[in-house]
Design a protein around this ligand. Structure first.
Ligand code: 13P
Length: 261
């Protein structure tokens, strides 16, 4: 059975003080949910706040996990400004976003580098969240499936079925990120199904067990419909994760969905 989860990607927002308050507010909002509405929740603050967030989370009831937004492909060495996977693990991180479209588009990360980062996260004993997704132009020219499968295949080639079995995949259409325009549940399901079909070609168990999250303007108002799709196992949430009440409502949607039952 696949696990369901919701990840909040805080991107480069907030401040130490604001993010402390956001964690407190989120912990309280999640505590108020009924048992049936509880799901696995992970937040990804900016890297320089990770240690403080880890300390705060340790002192809180509930089970909010800690993730990072990026990682170096290298284990150590002369890489000015980079952070190694082992260092993130030391800070209390258990999950790392890899290949987010903002990293690919704004910082020139290609499939080979992203695949190396997936391997680095696995080597450090953490869970990579491999982000894939097409641009609007690629969707309009009918390339959606080939783009996301190419991105997935690059990671498969690098870490094999065994590595992907310890990973999470996130489908984030670039045109739906931060735009308020969400993929319809049917559009998202179509791509999730294609990704799962590819996993099934490699290994049936891999397809059955790998969570595939949807990201791109997920809100409390559209989460139920998205998470009800059979191949959507939860969400990777940007803007709406910066509001504790909104985010906890999205988490409750994920718990209630029959996606992975
Ligand atoms: P938004 O939810 O703000 O569209 O961002 C999605 C995203 O990029 C999560 O990683």
């Amino acid at each position: 059975m696949r696990r369901k989860l919701v990840i909040g990607n805080w991107k480069m927002h907030g401040s130490l003080e604001a993010n402390h308050a956001l964690i407190s507010g989120l912990a309280k909002a999640l505590e108020r949910l009924s048992e049936a509405d509880k799901t696995q929740v992970v937040i990804c603050p900016v890297s320089v706040h990770l240690a403080a967030a880890a300390q705060q989370l340790n002192g809180l009831p509930g089970q909010i996990g800690l993730g990072a937004q990026n990682v170096s492909h290298a284990a150590s060495g002369a890489y000015t400004g980079e952070v190694a996977a082992s260092m993130l693990a030391e800070a209390g991180v258990t999950l790392v976003l890899v290949g987010h479209s903002e990293r690919r588009e704004l910082f020139g990360e290609g499939d080979a580098l992203v695949a190396d980062k997936v391997a680095a996260v696995l080597d450090a004993g953490m869970t990579p969240v491999l982000c894939v997704g097409e641009s609007l132009a690629q969707r309009q020219t009918g390339e959606t499936e080939s783009v996301v499968l190419r991105q997935l295949n690059a990671a498969v080639q690098r870490v094999g079925v065994e590595g992907i079995a310890r990973s999470i995949v996130a489908y984030e259409p670039i045109w739906a990120i931060g735009t308020g325009e969400t993929a319809t549940p049917e559009q998202a399901q179509e791509v999730h199904e294609a990704l799962r079909k590819r996993l099934a070609e490699l290994d049936e168990d891999l397809a059955a067990n790998t969570p595939i999250l949807y990201g791109g303007s997920v809100k409390a108002s559209n989460a139920d419909a998205l998470f009800a799709q059979p191949d959507i196992d939860g969400g990777l949430v940007g803007g709406a994760s910066l509001d504790a009440e909104e985010f906890s409502a999205i988490c409750a949607s994920s718990a209630r969905s029959g996606a992975s039952a």
